[in-house]
Design a protein around this ligand. Sequence first.
Ligand code: PLZ
Length: 446
Amino acid sequence: MTNVTQQRVLHTEIPGPRSLELQQRKVAAVSAGVGTGLPVYVERAGGGILVDVDGNQLIDFGSGIAVTTVGNAAPRVVERVQQQVADFTHTCFMVTPYEEYLDVCDALNELTPGDHEKRSALFNSGAEAVENAVKVARHVTGRQAVVAFDHGYHGRTNLTMALTAKNMPYKHKFGPFAGEVYRAPMSYPFRWPGGPADCAKESFDVFVQQVHTQVGEENLAAVILEPIQGEGGFIVPAPGFVRQVADWCREHGILFIADEVQTGFCRTGDWFASEHEGVVPDLITTAKGMAGGLPLAGVTGRADIMDAIHGGGLGGTYGGNPVACAAALGAIETMRSENLCGRAREVEALFLPRLRALAERFPQIGDIRGRGAMLAIELVRGAGDLTPNAELTAAVNRECHAQGLVTLTCGTYGNVFRFLPPLASSDELLSEGLDVFEAAFAKAVG
Ligand code: PLZ
C-alpha cells in the first residue's frame, strides 16, 4: 500500500512541468475526444490525497467522479486485489465460475433496499449495468418504452446516450440513438416555475400527465431515475417525488429502475439513496463506489424478474472479473467496518454550515443541495436573477485546481459546483479543502 501523508503540498505551479510534458504527449497520443478536467498526472494516491508526477499533493474533492468512496488505494481493497491477482486473473464467469462473484452478488442482494428475494448480475461499467437493466425490463414486461428524465445521466453507450438528457458533450453528432426512449420533466425544486413548494405539489402530476399522453402506461417497460441526479446537477427531487413515481409504476406494471451508480454505496449517508425516499426499486444499477476504483457494475432486482431471463441472455467476457470482485469485497468490508454511511453524514454536517455561510456572503450561490458526501451549490448571476452562472463556476474550479484542490463541476447548464470527497478523508483535510475552496470562490468573484 502506498503511504501517502494526508496533507496538501505544493512544490510547483499546478500543473507542474512534468505534468505539462505529459500533457503534450497526451495530445500526440490520445484522441482529442477524451478530455482531462485537470491535466495533473497522478503517480500515487492514498486516502483523500493525489500525488502528482511533480511531487505535489492535491486534496481530492472528486473521488474520480464518486468512485474512491473508501479512499484511494484503500488498504483492504489493495490487499484483496493483490491476493486475487496472484491467485488468478480471469476465467470468465460464464465459462468456469468462482466464488468471489457470488460473494459480491450476496452483498448486493443483502445491502440494496427491500428484504424480498433478489438476484444480481455483474458487468463492467455503469452504462453497461443500465443497458442490462433495460434489457431485463423489456424482456420481462414484453413492453418497449422507457422513460428517463430531464437532466438525467445514464452513460455514453448507444442506449444510455439516448437515456442521457444533455447533448454537449455526451450526444452531439453521435446519433441516431436507440428508439423507444422518452423524456419526462424532472422534479427540480430550484428551477420549478412556481418555486420549490409548487414543485412538490405539481411535479408528480406533470410527470403522470406527460407520460400518460405521450407514451401510454401499457407501452411502458420501465422508468429509470437517479434518486439524486448526478451529472445533471446534483438535483434532489422534491420530497415524495421518487416514492410517488415508484408507486405509480407498480400500479401500472411498469418496472421502476433506480440508477444508483453515483448515489450508491454510502455516498449519500445511506447504503442507497432510495432508502431515504422509502422506495424499494424493482431493479437497481450500481457501479463506481462499489469496487473502490476497479471497474465493476451490477444489476440487482426482484428474483422473479431477474430469473425470467433465458440462460445465457445476460453476460459479457469480463463482467464480474475476479480482481474487480475482490476489490468490491474489500471496499464493502471497509464501508461496513468503518461505518462509512455514518461518515458521509458527518461530512454533510461539516460542509453544510460552511456552504451556508458562504452563501450569506455571495448571492451568486443560488442553491445548496445534496445529501451525505454528495453535495453541491448551484451558481446564478445574483439575488433574484437565477440565470445560470457557468463562467463563475468554471472560474472557481480553475482557481481550486491552481491551489491543489481537485474539484468537479456538473449540471445541464454547467453551473453546479459539486463536492464528492472520499469518505476516508479526515475532518482536517476536508476543512483545509473547504478553506481553499472558499478563498478560490472569493477570488473568482473578484
Ligand atoms: N449512471 C447515474 O453517474 C457515470 C460519467 C462521467 P459509467 N457518471 C460519470 C463521464 O463524463 O463519462 C454514471 C452515472 C449514473 C450511469 C453512469 C455511467 O457509468 O461507469 O461511466 O459507464
